[in-house]
Structure formats: structure tokens, C-alpha cells
Design a protein around this ligand. Structure first.
Ligand code: CDP
Length: 239
């Protein structure tokens, strides 16, 4: 047993933080909190605190990256040094590059990039506090920031993970479950099309467990989707 590893993850049907197996952590989303960004969002998701800022469509620098047929979408995921318990060395690393890449791939299918040739749309995701699931929190925040910037999109992109702890499939792992659990399956999707734009997996699942976890994560996405829409409605009104 590793240091800090709990003896049991599930006691009487409840998880270590008191949640049911299919229960999300508390999520708060606020749209448009940064004055100088074209669009922004702040998301608190359990112990995660994540800010997203969107700029553009704007001129592309360096110029050679510009595309004559569409806008380029650039995503930068960054973790503050104070966001985790062991200080994180500032600056990009393998993990942040990977998360930036999958975030862009998760969001790009909904953005009408063809409407803005020769421009860039930049999205910055800053993790101020981390407690597992920061890529999902970041994607959820980024798509609200894109909408807040008025970027034409087919839909919002909600994101949520499911995983396996103590032999059970559970929704939305928090840090102890993520560190010592058996699997983590982050998912992002386009609800209107029922299409998946992010699917990653850490650990091992049988096919049956995988299917159950995927279904649970997609249900989690739909709950996040409602909160994203609510946040935009609070700022802009409308039905
Ligand atoms: O955050 P996410 O689950 O999307 O990505 P991960 O690579 O699976 O990281 C899981 C968690 O490990 C993060 O949310 C942080 O809480 C923690 N972590 C950390 O403590 N120090 C790091 N340098 C990176 C991650």
C-alpha cells in the first residue's frame, strides 16, 4: 500500500468525500469575469479552480501559421506553481503540452473556423487550484469563454470523467480516487450531435466496465452542459 492510500474507497455505497457513485462534485460556472479578454469563464469544480480566457479572432503571429481557408484555434493549458500540493515548476512540460493539444482537438469541431480565415482564436486555461479532472474543468471553462467571446459555435463542449475505484465504476474522480484508483476516463462531447471529441484512459478497464464508464461520463457531460448554458443565460439572459 502506498503512502496516503485509503483502505477502502467505498463504504456503505458512499465515497470518501460522501458522494454517491454517480454523483458529480459541486460545480460553479461564471461567464465573462475578465475585462481585458474577449471572452472568459471561471469554473470551480470540487477542489479545482480554473480560469479560461479567449482572444480573437485576431491577427496571427507568427504570420506563417495563418491559414487562408480558416482561423487557427490555439489552446494553452497552464498549471500555476501553487495549484498543487508539491510546488509545480513553472512553464510548459510534457503534461501541459498534451492537455493543450487534446483541449484544442476537443473544442475545434464546434468552432466555425471557416468564417475567419487568416486569423487566430487563442484560448488560455489557467489552473489556479487542482484536485483531479483539471483537463475536463479546463475544456468546460474554455467553451464557455469561447461563447462569451461571441465566437460562432455549433454547440458548447461539456467534459467530465468517470473511472474505477475500489472495483466500482464512479463519476468524476477527486484527487485521492485519481491517485490510488484503478482507472480514469476523461470525456468531452458535442451534446447536439452526441459526438465525442475527447476520450482518454488511464489504467485498466474490461470492455464492459469501459462501456459503463463511458455512459456515466457522457451523462456527467450533459449535467455540465446544463450548468454551462445556465452560466451564459445568467450573463446574457434569454431562454
Ligand atoms: O487534472 P487531470 O485529471 O485532467 O490530469 P492528470 O494528469 O490525471 O492529473 C490528475 C491530478 O494530479 C491533477 O488534477 C492534480 O490534482 C494532480 N497533479 C499534481 O498534483 N501535480 C502535477 N504536477 C500534476 C498533477
Amino acid at each position: 500500500m502506498k503512502v496516503g492510500e485509503p483502505e477502502k474507497f467505498i463504504v456503505k455505497g458512499k465515497r470518501l468525500d460522501g458522494r454517491k457513485l454517480d454523483e458529480l462534485r459541486e460545480i460553479k460556472i461564471e461567464a465573462g469575469i475578465l475585462k481585458r479578454a474577449d471572452g472568459s469563464a471561471y469554473v470551480e469544480w470540487g477542489g479545482n479552480k480554473v480560469m479560461a480566457a479567449c482572444y480573437g479572432p485576431r491577427e496571427v503571429h507568427p504570420r506563417h501559421l495563418a491559414r487562408s481557408d480558416k482561423a487557427i484555434l490555439r489552446c494553452t493549458y497552464n498549471m500555476a506553481p501553487f495549484s498543487v500540493s508539491d510546488r509545480k515548476r513553472p512553464g510548459p512540460d510534457r503534461r501541459s503540452r498534451e492537455i493543450s493539444k487534446v483541449t484544442r482537438e476537443a473544442l475545434e469541431p464546434v468552432v466555425f473556423t471557416n468564417l475567419f480565415p487568416r486569423t487566430a482564436i487563442d484560448v488560455f486555461i489557467e489552473v489556479l487550484q487542482a484536485n483531479a479532472g483539471t483537463r475536463c474543468t479546463g475544456i468546460a471553462a474554455a467553451s464557455v469563454a469561447l461563447a462569451d467571446a461571441g465566437i460562432p459555435m455549433r454547440d458548447l463542449v461539456p467534459s467530465c470523467a468517470a473511472g474505477k475505484v475500489g472495483g466500482e465504476i464512479v463519476l468524476d474522480l477527486f484527487d485521492v480516487e485519481d491517485n490510488f484508483g484503478e482507472a480514469d476516463l476523461p470525456v468531452a462531447m458535442i451534446p447536439r450531435k452526441n459526438e465525442i471529441t475527447l476520450l482518454q484512459m488511464d489504467g485498466n478497464l474490461t470492455q464492459e466496465e469501459f462501456e459503463k464508464a463511458l455512459k456515466l461520463a457522457m451523462e456527467g457531460c450533459i449535467k455540465v452542459y446544463e450548468l454551462q448554458k445556465e452560466a451564459l443565460r445568467r450573463k446574457y439572459g434569454g431562454a
